[in-house]
Ligand binder design. Structure first.
Ligand code: GLV
Length: 314
């Protein structure tokens, strides 16, 4: 089989994949066009449109990330070619740590202490018990389920939400529109780990934000499109008054509808917003390559499972 790899630092991925799959010929997009055209499989992250159109007879595509939105929205994507994506592959734990950082940031009042520091104010706040700090995790796929479990292990009560019903140990699971409303009304911090699909776009709009308890906080290591940015800014309250808090106490954001986040975005300068550059869940090479090799072997054996449903968008 011939596998074409496209991702940052593709040579490193090519060599490591070739080691795991001695039976395969692994090339990168730097290979000559006649070689690229013969690829049986693509293993790609955000490939250019032209690259997707090149191969003559693709048998499968492996998405080198958890989110398939960029791939499914690529006009060069050939129809009917089965796609598999990375499932957790070590990203869940990294994102779980990011969420832990955010939770402690709000639950232990680091946001308040930062403002107090700017004002030279020495004042201690009583610690809220974790048991009284319910966390909502929207999205219970491989990553959402891992993050929910990590946060529950830390002692926070966790409410999870998914489109279809799920049952996870130690997590209070909700689903559907009613389930979402019930969850939003009772949590202290909302964590977004849903895929970007037509059904999830702007799920967190003015109405959803209005259902959150006063003083709730938001952590988004998922996709920027999940949030209506204007509604978020309105819920956070005024930009120029660092001391006053809107309904939403603060937001830790890692994903944005346009990345890099445009310089003009008011989010950059909002005193209760913390911005990170889509770094919550980088794909760890080793675990990811094990999954890629396994997926390619399954494709060849005609046993591939868990392919992406382009209509559902994940
Ligand atoms: C990163 O955002 C991914 O989808 O893997």
């Amino acid at each position: 089989m011939k596998v074409l790899v496209h991702i940052d630092e593709a040579e490193q991925w090519r060599d490591a994949l070739a080691e795991r799959l001695p039976e395969a010929e692994v090339i990168t997009s730097a290979a000559p066009p006649e070689q690229r055209r013969q690829a049986d499989y693509l293993a790609v992250w955000k490939p250019p449109e032209a690259l997707l159109r090149e191969p003559g007879a693709l048998k499968g595509i492996v998405n080198l990330g958890a989110g398939v939105d960029a791939l499914l929205n690529n006009p060069g994507l050939p129809e009917g070619v089965p796609i598999v994506k990375l499932r957790d592959a070590g990203m869940g734990e990294l994102i779980g740590d990011y969420v832990r950082y955010g939770l402690l940031h709000f639950q232990r009042d680091f946001d308040r202490y930062r403002r107090q520091q700017h004002a030279g104010e020495w004042r201690e706040h009583a610690v809220m018990d974790k048991a009284d700090w319910p966390v909502g995790v929207l999205g219970l796929g491989a990553i959402g389920a891992k993050v929910a479990a990590m946060v529950a292990d830390d002692g926070f009560p966790v409410h999870g939400w998914s489109r279809t019903p799920k049952a996870l140990d130690g997590i209070t699971c909700h689903h559907g529109d009613d389930g979402l409303e019930a969850l939003l009304g009772r949590i202290s911090t909302l964590v977004l780990l849903l895929p970007d699909t037509p059904a999830t776009r702007h799920l967190i709009d003015a109405r959803a934000l209005s259902l959150l308890p006063e003083g709730a906080s938001l952590i988004n290591p998922g996709r920027g499109t999940l949030i209506d940015e204007a509604a978020l800014l309105a819920a956070l309250g005024p930009v120029d008054d660092a001391g006053s808090v809107g309904r939403l106490r603060g937001a830790l954001l890692d994903a944005f509808p346009r990345e890099p986040l445009p310089e003009a975005s008011p989010l950059w300068r909002h005193p209760r917003v913390w911005i990170t550059p889509h770094m919550a869940g980088p794909t760890p090479l080793g675990a990811a390559l094990d999954q890629v090799a396994e997926a390619l072997r399954a494709f060849e054996a005609g046993e591939v499972q868990d392919t992406v449903d382009p209509n559902a968008g994940y």
